[in-house]
Design a protein around this ligand. Sequence first.
Ligand code: ADP
Length: 559
Amino acid sequence: TDKPQGMRPLALPPKISLVDFKEFVQEIIDLVGIVNVEVISSKDQIEDGSYMNPTYTHDPHHVMEQDYFLASAIVAPRNVSDVQAIVRLASKISFPLWPISIGRNSGYGGAAPRVSGSLVLNMGKNLNRILEVNVEGAYCLVEPGVTFHDLHDYLVANNLRDKLWIDVPDLGGGSILGNATERGVGYTPYGDHWMMHSGMEVVLPNGELLRTGMGALPAPRSPETMGLKPEDQPWNKTAQLFPYGFGPYIDGLFSQSNMGIVTKLGMWLMPNPGGFQSYLITLPRDDDLKQAVDIIRPLRLGMALQNVPTIRHILLDAAVLGDKKSYTSKTEPLSDEELDKIAKDLNLGRWNFYGALYGPEPIRKALWETVKEAFSAIPGAKFYFPENTAKNSVLRVRDKTMSGIPTYDELKWIDWVPNGAHLFFSPIARVHGEDAMAQYQITKKRCHEAGLDFIGTFTVGMREMHHIVCIVFNKKDSVQKKKVQWLIRTLIDDCAANGWGEYRTHLAVMDQIMGTYNWNNSSFLKFNEVLKNAVDPKGIISPGKSGVWPSRYSQTWKL
Ligand code: ADP
């Protein structure tokens, strides 16, 4: 008979018996304590929760059935040694582990594992220390459980905001480490999080602990640190300053991958620029997108645009300010006339460009003149600072985001429809007017065919744009969910046919997207599979992540 907690999980991984599972989980309980283990044995444990109160069992934005991707148990290691011990236990029976840091991963699958029955390793619950904030070198070293909000609070509490800023994504509750390993982005000059990391500590599938870059070079020995376990030993003093070290640069193998479990990460922080001004440029017409993107390219390349600015579709801003019902009684996609009316009522454009100026006043002034002059070529473009906009304006939110202050206001657009949930479709686009227009037209057309409004934004990197299509759907409407599945699958193929690929994706379409990165007989995937099987022969870490499967899993696992 089962223990009170219920040791019979709703889902078991392939080729694992209940007896094996129970023994495995009991060994883990003996290791980390019962308070750090939860077996998912009853449907009552599967609740969508909310952003502020996230679930670890499944994807709260379920585009498939609610329990399609389901954990068998959730385990929170207390320290790095626990992680190593769990990996070794899992290795014995080839039990799949799915490491997460905070587990929000909103729009990409939440904390859910790709293979149902996997053990979700909640790295963030106990491993949540800010190990260092170094003002002189402008960097930090963090564990998985440190959120953007946590680090920002730390800077404020220690009076360090006048020295250092962090870079935040749209929402402040994610893990700094988790987001960087997923190659997520934010909106300050340090918006490319992967570019800004330096030094990783990783538990490998065989239980060994690795430090990358200069972290592979030991810090000088001293009497105080001599007896410490590797995980507690001080890092080389240059590990957070120079990311590459010597020899093959392997950090990339631990991003969007399943080669290891990241336990520490160094991140560069931005020195307080000594002045900041956010702005909004509204663009009245739908096809102004084309001209705007061509204006942006040289400015961004030349760094007159200093940060990661965004070109937001009117409905993304509208959805932050109210749900669809507050604008219209219509449930079908809105027409051009209706979008024009919404834009007019909100004092916004059909596209809205949010950027910021960094530095002392003379610098900001010179850059603003450049930016303003360039955008003035668009008839009807209007320019705003936050104080010239409504109290609840999106610019006032972006003002915080672009200066590294975490917010939660962008959560509101998910409620555009009743029982709102979302899925991101995120192709990369050239910073090129025609390409941007074509990608917008194709994605919009497909959204409309699926009966949904187009809601999206282009976030401008150094030489490309992450085009983020926010697919918002009613998660209690199973017919609509089927349409959304059709939509994203169709979008992936449409985009691939045009030479456009996604930078990141939801669990449900990882295989399909990896299938589009198939140049020369899929040599990229084949190389990844060789590495995967060599580094993780038992296939225990995140099988199927990014469409990379260990040989233990047959082709039939592909979705
Ligand atoms: P968020 O910061 O949005 O809450 P998660 O913690 O859910 O993000 O992490 C997103 C994804 O990144 C996970 O599903 C997992 O694939 C990967 N990931 C997160 N943390 C780690 C880690 N410590 N080691 C390896 N992979 C990780």
